[in-house]
Design a protein around this ligand. Structure first.
Ligand code: 5GP
Ligand code: ZN
Length: 138
C-alpha cells in the first residue's frame, strides 16, 4: 500500500516533514512547495495509488468531501472567495508526481482564473459519436 520510492508516500506518512493543513488515518493535506496561490494545498492519501483510476475505497469517497471542507476553511482563514479542485491524471494532463493527489487552490478576488481553456467548435454528430465511444467502454 506504500511505495518506498514515492516521495508523496513519505510525505503523507510523515517520514518527510511538510506544512500539514490536515491529517487523519487516511489522508494528509500539505501546502504545495510551488504554490499557484497562497494556501495551495495537496490532499495526499496515505496509501499509494498512481492516479484516480487506481484510487480505492475509502479514499475515493472521502477525498472530494475533504476538498470541500478544506476549501471552506480556506475561505474563512485566508479570505479567498473561491477555490479550484484540480486533479491531474497522466503526463499529458500535467501530472508530475505519480501518487494520487488533489489540489485545492484558493482563488482571490481580482486575480485571473487559472483553470481555463479555449472553447473549441464541434458538430452535433461528432458529439454523438464521441459520446457513444466513451459510453461503450464504461
Ligand atoms: P501534479 O502536476 O502532479 O498534479 O502536481 C504535483 C504538485 O506537487 C506540484 O504542484 C508541485 O509543486 C508539488 N510538489 C512536488 N514535490 C513536492 C514536495 O516534495 N513537497 C511539496 N510540498 N510539494 C511538492
Ligand atoms: Zn506514493
Amino acid at each position: 500500500m506504500v511505495d518506498e520510492n514515492c516521495i508523496f508516500c513519505k510525505i503523507a506518512n510523515g517520514s518527510i516533514p511538510s506544512a500539514t493543513v490536515y491529517e487523519d488515518d487516511q489522508f494528509r493535506a500539505i501546502l504545495d512547495m510551488g504554490p499557484a496561490s497562497k494556501g495551495h494545498t495537496l490532499i495526499l492519501p496515505k496509501a499509494h495509488f498512481k492516479d484516480v483510476c487506481d484510487l480505492e475505497e475509502p479514499y475515493a469517497s472521502k477525498v472530494l468531501p475533504l476538498g470541500g471542507r478544506i476549501g471552506r476553511a480556506m475561505k474563512k482563514a485566508l479570505g479567498c472567495s473561491g477555490f479550484n479542485l484540480v486533479q491531474n491524471n497522466g503526463t499529458s494532463a500535467g501530472q508530475t508526481v505519480f501518487h494520487f493527489h488533489m489540489h485545492v487552490i484558493p482563488r482571490y478576488d481580482g486575480e485571473a482564473p487559472i483553470v481555463t481553456w479555449n472553447p473549441g467548435k464541434v458538430e452535433p454528430e461528432e458529439l454523438e459519436e464521441t459520446a457513444s465511444q466513451i459510453y461503450a467502454e464504461l
